[in-house]
Design a protein around this ligand. Sequence first.
Ligand SMILES: *Cc1c(COP(=O)(O)O)cnc(C)c1O
Length: 463
Amino acid sequence: MHRLLADDLAQLPDLLDLARDRAAAVLAGLDSRPVVAAGVRGGARVPDAVPLPADGVGAAAALAEFTELWEPHMSASAGPRYFGFVTGGTTPAALAGDWLTAALDQNANSSFEYGGQGLERQTVAWLRELFGLGPAHSGTFVSGATMSNFVGLAIAREWLGTRLGVSVAANGAAALGRVRVLSGTAHSSIAKALSMLGLGRSALVPVPVLHNREAVDVAALERELEAAEGPCVVVANAGTVNTVDFDDLRAIAALRARHDFWLHVDAAFGGFAALSPRHAHHVAGLDEADSICIDLHKWLNVPYDSAIQFTRRRDLQTSVFQNSAAYLGPLGEEPDLVHLTPENSHRLRALAAWFTLRAYGREGHREIVEHCAESALAFHAAVEATPGLVPLAPLRLNVVCFTLADDPTADRIQALIRAVSEEAFFTPTVYQGVPAIRAAFSNWRTTADDVERSVRALRAALG
Ligand SMILES: *Cc1c(COP(=O)(O)O)cnc(C)c1O
């Protein structure tokens, strides 16, 4: 063994303590660290590239160097005033679970070993209950909602093959001819998934939305289905990123009585409405979907990277993703995880989710969702009360979409975001042609004080 490795092995508990101390200091400093350091945005001021070191320094010195050189450039995205994108934090239990994931370093893919697969299946069953789905849905962990959409649409592609009498898994996507994927306000990852799936970005057919909404017009969707003359895929959206609008899932599912389509629901963060009796009406009908995408590193507050994919057609999922090899077992009733996603090997991603669900239960996670929605409500009210700012859409759940009252150009929006980014971080968008700002509330740590502090920063920047 290399001398430095042997030294580190001999002091492993001390090294873990050093890393623990660093992690605790980072988390304790979330309130004072710039949420996103204004001067560093856009990649400026990172240390000059250094060549790969021939000789190492050992883990303790590497940690010291990281702390000095790189840690100051890290954002406070784990903290309570990072409102960009839709970014969850990490609950204490999820963090502990994630540390143990690396320590255990399981190859959690096959029935050669019970623990990893067993724990993942248990966690999937808990998540199915959490989101109010029935036993016909099976689930698999993937790295994020983009991969979850990709897997769902891969199963949809295989289903289209069964309708047309061809096997896409065997003969490729070209056997399908032209494919139509109908959606109202699809997330950008849907087009990316279609590109990766060989269906092409142009397979996505935008369907008109309701007046002043991002939800699909179900009557217009039905007209598109009629025009399609053949089986289609419908991507319903449960939580759009600008205004958190929800398609009417029940009404869309009911169209299957008259039309032949696969129903995929992108419920990346909107799916969490199911956790709260106050908000669950938004996702009524979710269980009727053929495949569902839900992101866990957003509102479950587990660390990156984690999402889940649910489907009613595990048989088609294994057609797509089976990985036959002499040393792997037959598919059977409960196929090994290696046969269910693009990855063969993957980390025991389920462990962080298991920890947070066991530690806080359904009630704890309901509280996180409701508390975030209340924070968004307070922020929305503060925007309305701020001269110079106006909300652009009614608040439905946890994202406030707002803009400048006067002359909201993209440049002025960028300048405002930059001016406040050390106190609170927001991301820009364009909604109905108007440059705007999104504030997404999905971190368990956010308090009423954080909302006030963020509003104060915006008001100060407006002058
Ligand atoms: C975030 C998001 C995605 C993509 O999620 P990643 O985890 O970044 O891959 C897809 N759809 C919706 C609606 C989202 O909000």
